[in-house]
Design a protein around this ligand. Structure first.
Ligand SMILES: *[C@@H]1O[C@H](CO)[C@@H](O)[C@H](O)[C@H]1NC(C)=O
Ligand SMILES: *[C@@H]1O[C@H](CO)[C@@H](O)[C@H](O)[C@H]1NC(C)=O
Ligand SMILES: *[C@@H]1O[C@H](CO)[C@@H](O)[C@H](O)[C@H]1NC(C)=O
Length: 177
């Protein structure tokens, strides 16, 4: 989800020359993006990883730094810095706040980015009859309509990468690689 936020930040910076309206503006568009991946590992393993926030943060190869937010006594809020790749091998750092919550069958994240861009992720793990797990991530993205299409496209790409990394780590751990 950090990778996605990073891409949101790119899109936002790219458009920051234009004045953007804040949340709840008529210029905002909300999009829902869903993807499911079958993981050849027990549902308990998948949920345990979803409940391990630092594991989920470090799954993202772009993360260069993360610290627990001391203002949240539950320890569920992190300030995360990504190094976001741009074209021509250039990159720039972007920092944002992510709040995590566990649920019995998964995890929720709210990411707070710059001016009017918000991203809510839900991860849900369901046992599959094969002994594996079907993991579904649902993202609800609210952003300025000018940015929404680009961000949605980047989200979908980065989504798949994160899911694949998560799946292969769990399958190796379960001896099913
Ligand atoms: C959570 O994940 C981190 C990073 O992978 C790992 O070092 C740590 O041992 C895990 N914690 C638990 C409770 O499994
Ligand atoms: C995340 O945002 C959603 C939608 O605005 C809200 O319903 C939910 O309570 C928030 N959760 C957290 C942990 O902030
Ligand atoms: C279990 O996973 C297989 C392979 O991905 C999939 O075809 C099937 O629909 C899944 N079954 C259930 C009950 O989700």
């Amino acid at each position: 989800m950090r990778f996605q936020l990073a891409l949101v930040a790119i899109a936002f910076s790219a458009a920051s020359a234009a004045p953007l309206a804040g949340r709840d503006s008529i210029f905002d568009k909300t999009s829902v993006i869903t993807s499911t991946k079958h993981i050849n590992a027990p549902v308990e393993d998948v949920i345990a990883t979803l409940h391990n926030f630092t594991a989920m943060i470090t799954l993202n190869p772009l993360v260069t730094n993360f610290v627990e937010d001391p203002s949240d006594p539950t320890g569920n809020t992190f300030t995360i810095t990504d190094s976001v790749p741009l074209i021509l091998g250039l990159s720039f750092p972007t920092t944002y706040t992510a709040h995590f919550d566990t649920v019995d069958d998964g995890m929720d994240t709210n990411n707070t980015a710059s001016a009017g861009v918000s991203l809510h992720n839900q991860w849900r793990a369901v046992a599959n009859a094969t002994g594996g797990t079907d993991l579904t991530e649902t993202d609800t993205l609210t952003a300025n309509f000018l940015l929404s299409g680009l961000i949605t496209e980047e989200l979908t790409t980065s989504h798949n990468q994160l899911m694949n990394t998560l799946a292969s780590q769990l399958e190796v751990a379960a001896g099913n690689a």
